[in-house]
Design a protein around this ligand. Structure first.
Ligand SMILES: C[S@@+](CC[C@H](N)C(=O)[O-])C[C@H]1O[C@@H](n2cnc3c(N)ncnc32)[C@H](O)[C@@H]1O
Length: 240
């Protein structure tokens, strides 16, 4: 199942960034990090750089790194942000940053522990790190025939290398020597298909080549007022 096949990834990420639940989770992360003017911040897997822009607005010195040149190109246009195109699996900058932010990056990375190790090593003494990721294995729907839902969600969960990344974030930090951690989990619930589609690709037929019966069932549930979906998202902060 090809996700985002032929789709405008930048547009999707910008839509996700505007979603109130995502805004709420980011707000929580920002409170915990308490970034100060002049601090060196790395936005790892920055996408088009929404968070990089937030850090720059706080007066931080921001580096945005993304493997996709379209994304780093967009981030490079943000005032106060230095953008780089690079694979974080090769990041080698010991002690360079006061703050590292990695949001919805690690589910996509083949060797996630290696990237987490590189990010932790990039922290200066006393530096803070914030990891945010989804747990796709916890994605549920109601209002749709259970076998069909199980079949489609089962396949959808295999499209990223680490569907359960969210719940593993803390353990991955601990293994890299970050023992002072705080964990928060959010359950994003939506009873509105248009709202759910804006952030969860499996409901959007422009993004996912699932059987037509799936999208018909989802629409029927929405029209009957019975549609419900829920998705867990984890936020873990730690300090070196
Ligand atoms: C789901 S997007 C999230 C973007 C951004 N953090 C946000 O919250 O909007 C994941 C991003 O990670 C980038 N990425 C994936 N693997 C990477 C790697 N090994 N090194 C650097 N960037 C990577 C992708 O290109 C993509 O832009």
């Amino acid at each position: 199942m090809a996700v985002f096949h032929g789709h405008d990834m930048r547009g999707y990420l910008e839509r996700v960034s505007r979603h109130p639940m995502v805004q709420g989770i980011r707000h929580e992360g920002l409170i915990r990090l308490d970034v100060q003017p002049g601090e060196r911040v790395l936005d790892a897997g920055s996408g088009p750089g929404d968070m990089a822009a937030r850090f720059a607005n706080l007066g931080a010195r921001v580096t945005a790194i993304d493997a996709d040149p379209v994304m780093s190109g967009a981030a490079a246009e943000i005032p106060g942000v230095t953008a780089e195109t690079a694979d974080l699996a090769t990041l080698d900058r010991p002690g360079h940053y006061d703050v590292v932010w990695a949001e919805r990056l690690l589910q996509h990375v083949p060797d996630a522990d290696r990237v987490v190790g590189n990010l932790v090593r990039a922290l200066a003494p006393g530096g803070r790190i914030c990891l945010i990721d989804v747990d796709w294995t916890g994605l549920v729907v109601d209002g749709i025939e259970e076998d069909l839902a199980a079949q489609v969600l089962g396949v959808f969960r295999t499209v990223v290398p680490h569907p359960s990344m969210g719940r593993t974030l803390r353990r991955r930090l601990v293994r890299q020597g970050i023992t002072k951690t705080e964990v928060r989990a959010f359950l994003g619930v939506s009873t509105d298909l248009a709202d759910a589609m804006s952030v969860i690709p499996v409901f959007d037929e422009r993004l996912i080549p699932a059987p037509p019966s799936w999208f018909a069932a989802v629409r029927d549930a929405d029209e009957a007022g019975e549609f419900l979906t829920a998705l867990p998202i984890y936020l873990v902060t730690g300090s070196a």
